[in-house]
Design a binder for this molecule. Structure first.
Ligand SMILES: Nc1nc2c(ncn2[C@@H]2O[C@H](COP(=O)(O)OP(=O)(O)OP(=O)(O)O)[C@@H](O)[C@H]2O)c(=O)[nH]1
Ligand SMILES: [Mg+2]
Length: 421
């Protein structure tokens, strides 16, 4: 187990105000990566030291603290230049990582699918490459653990050319995986079934809500970034209507650039959705800032024109009077905020109700009776309408369907009595 000391350097009033939350989040990241946090330090200073990032006085202080706590890892709550990282490691004689490296490490640990693993390796190598030029950092000297997982220590020591080759090959592989994914998406796009994507800050409760809505077991955990690869399940209403729900990777403030581009593919799911379900953790001290960070990333992904349903989750942990602090958010939209507990199921009926009204606004249900002689119509029906019920009879098939399309004209002769388009 690695014992880590965390350091946040604030060089402005604004940064000083955010320092507590930022270092608390870094502690969450470090724990998720497998380290134990033994100390947290916040330093206020006017400038960043080009040599050590933090001030020299702090470096001396750190040395003493390392001895005292037995720490073998120092994590800086920002990005370091290769020189700063090397200087700190040489002086402190322990491994030094920055925020991006810790996040990359968690992603390396969590990636499950082939594409996810490749994306993480690509991000790690891209982050490493410019650092190799100046660095010659001998990781083996400082042991394995956080920041060395993924491509592996040996690979990290390979020369630049081989890493560049590897990057090229990974890109090609990802490319072909993405083509396949795009084809699958095309198929899904032709389907009349609406799609909803869960989005939100990491640990907000997306997977828990996913499980509860889709009644399907998914991996949830108190650690950050427990979901990396998006998954899709069906959510059905009592009237038989249904939609597809996808669970996605969590967002975080200061998400490294390398990762935003690496996970763009995973986030493509979001772009294909008809509606986004934004999960906000009300128990987090900076819930509103987290929600803003998510909005910002959604903007960057250019999905801001999609309808978004915001849900305030973990309400079971919040006493009634405190809920008021979120009341002003939806002001003007005429919608009351939705308070839910993904864990206990509280508020999920109201949530489903709101989703139903958004997704199926223009849908209506119809009954069809298609004779055996028109089997081709029966087989193409799922591309035109949501099949709610299907019964096979001697003469053919009886359907109850939901549709918003007028393209059902070919089916007009087969409408059951009393139905009209
Ligand atoms: N008390 C309470 N805990 C919740 C609720 N929803 C989620 N949690 C807990 O919060 C933690 C994170 O939940 P997840 O569902 O894994 O969060 P996530 O948004 O999928 O996180 P990532 O996939 O890591 O981005 C878990 O320990 C859940 O049990 C809730 O409504 N109430
Ligand atoms: Mg999750």
């Amino acid at each position: 187990m690695e014992k880590a000391i965390l350091i946040n350097l604030a060089i402005s009033k604004k940064e000083a105000a955010e320092a507590e939350n930022s270092i608390a989040e870094l502690a969450g990241l470090a724990t998720s990566a497998g380290a134990t946090v033994v100390a947290k330090i916040i330093q206020s200073r006017n400038t960043i030291s080009p040599k050590y990032y933090i001030g020299e006085g702090k470096v001396a202080e750190l040395e003493a603290l390392i001895k005292q706590t037995g720490a073998n890892l120092v994590i800086i709550d920002s990005n370091l230049t290769p020189a700063q990282q090397r200087n700190l490691e040489e002086t402190l004689k322990v491994k030094v990582l920055d925020r991006t490296q810790v996040i990359l490490d968690i992603f390396a640990k969590r990636a499950r699918t082939n594409e996810g693993k490749l994306q993480v390796e690509l991000a790690q190598l891209s982050y490493l490459l410019p650092r190799l030029k100046t660095q010659g950092r001998v990781l083996s000297r400082l042991g394995g653990g956080i920041g060395t997982r993924g491509p592996g220590e040996k690979k990290l020591e390979e020369d630049r050319r081989r890493i560049t080759d590897r990057i090229g090959r990974i890109k090609k592989e990802i490319d072909s995986l993405q083509k396949r994914r795009a084809q699958q998406r095309e198929v899904r796009k032709k389907s009349p079934v609406p799609a909803v994507s869960l989005v939100g800050y990491t640990s907000a409760g997306k997977s828990t809500l996913f499980n509860n809505l889709a009644r399907e077991h998914r991996y949830t955990s108190p650690h950050l970034f427990s979901t990396l690869d998006s998954t899709i399940r069906r959510v059905t209403f009592s009237n038989g209507f249904y939609f597809f729900l996808s669970d996605t990777v969590g967002f975080i403030k200061k998400l490294p650039l390398e990762l935003i581009s690496a996970f763009r593919a995973t986030l493509e799911e979001i772009r294909e959705a008809d509606c986004l379900l934004h999960v906000i953790d009300v128990t987090s001290d900076d819930a509103l800032e987290q929600a803003e960070a998510v909005d910002k990333i959604l903007n960057e992904l250019r999905v801001s024109d999609l309808p978004v349903v915001k849900v305030y989750n973990k309400i079971d942990l919040l006493p009634e009077p405190e809920r008021n602090k979120f009341l002003h958010i939806n002001k003007g939209s005429g919608q009351l905020p939705l308070y839910i507990s993904a864990l206990t199921g509280d508020g999920l009926d109201q949530l489903k109700d709101r989703l139903r009204r958004i997704l199926f606004k223009n849908f209506r249900t119809l009954r069809l009776r298609i004779p055996k002689s028109r089997a081709e119509l029966a087989s193409s029906l799922p591309r035109q309408a949501i099949i709610i019920k299907k019964i096979e009879t001697l003469e053919g098939w009886e359907y109850q369907v939901a549709t918003e399309k007028t393209s059902l004209y070919t089916y007009l002769p087969y409408l059951q009595k009393g139905e009209g388009l």
